[in-house]
Design a protein around this ligand. Sequence first.
Ligand SMILES: Cc1ncc(C[n+]2csc(CCOP(=O)(O)OP(=O)(O)O)c2C)c(N)n1
Ligand SMILES: [Mg+2]
Length: 330
Amino acid sequence: MNKKELMRAYRQMYLARAFETRVAEQYTRGRIGGFCHLYTGEEAVAVGALWHLRPEDYVLGSYRDHAYYLIRGGDPRKAMAELFGHSDGCCKGKGGSMHFCDAGMNFFGGYGIVGGMCPIAVGLGLAAQRLGEKRVVVCFFGDGATNQGVYHEALNMGTLYQLPIVWVCENNQYAIGTSVPRSSAVESMSRKAAAYGMPAETVDGMDFFKMQSVSERAVARARAGKGPTFIEAKCYRYRGHSMSDPATYRSKEEVEFWRQRDPLPRMRAAIRHDFEAEDREFEEVEAEVGRLLSEAVAFAERGRELPVERLYEDLYVDEAAASPTSAGPA
Ligand SMILES: Cc1ncc(C[n+]2csc(CCOP(=O)(O)OP(=O)(O)O)c2C)c(N)n1
Ligand SMILES: [Mg+2]
């Protein structure tokens, strides 16, 4: 990778991090309601995993979803407006933090149901395969999802049908306040996935280079029709599970241990080492992202909620058929 590409990767990681900082500020001011889960600390996982994708590829993941949307090229103004519940948000303010989505850019969300994204990834992969399209599906989920029944069904079907899926397990070592050793009979997520007959690797998810290299192989394999790959990305979230979690279940030492492995300074150091980049170059990127995010907040502040009459737009259900007085099929 050349310097320009590495600076682009750094910018994506910085954007994901700085966006969450602004979200926390706005949440504390009471401008954002509902559940809100931040991705702070896990940036290298998503930036690395998505690095080799093409625009036609599908991406989906959990409720910790702001970063996926931004990295895939989502507009930070529409992201912030969505969090404010305003009509010019990426889902017209109807989704909120956990349900970002943009079908136009093949980003299929944002799921609040733990493990719920996995069967949808199977559906997307099966559709691409049957239609003869060369699309790849990248599906993100947490360590907690691996204890769900539907997750195992999805992994089984992915391999059975040799679907073009890259399973990315963000093993941040906690499901809310419950640690992996307290919840999973097998602590290694890649060992746990081995039963489903596909290559499964554990990588340092705090390292962009490791993530992009493992995902390069996985994406190429999926695109070549050779079936799914499982990636366990060992990582850490620096904040609590959601904005309402003070994270008292973790020791200061543990947090400090992972702070020492922060993916952003690590990436800066690598670029500096290989290309003699100056501090000024990083500061310029950070200032540009800062301006973009100030504009995103200002844009969200100017917005309005969708009028209540438009609440029932965008539903799959045919209003007449759904009415209790309709004579439709039972
Ligand atoms: C099916 C289901 N069960 C329980 C919950 C409640 N819940 C919300 S987040 C969460 C923890 C999930 O942890 P993990 O998959 O590791 O993701 P992380 O939050 O660490 O990114 C739980 C149990 C839910 N949303 N869905
Ligand atoms: Mg977790």
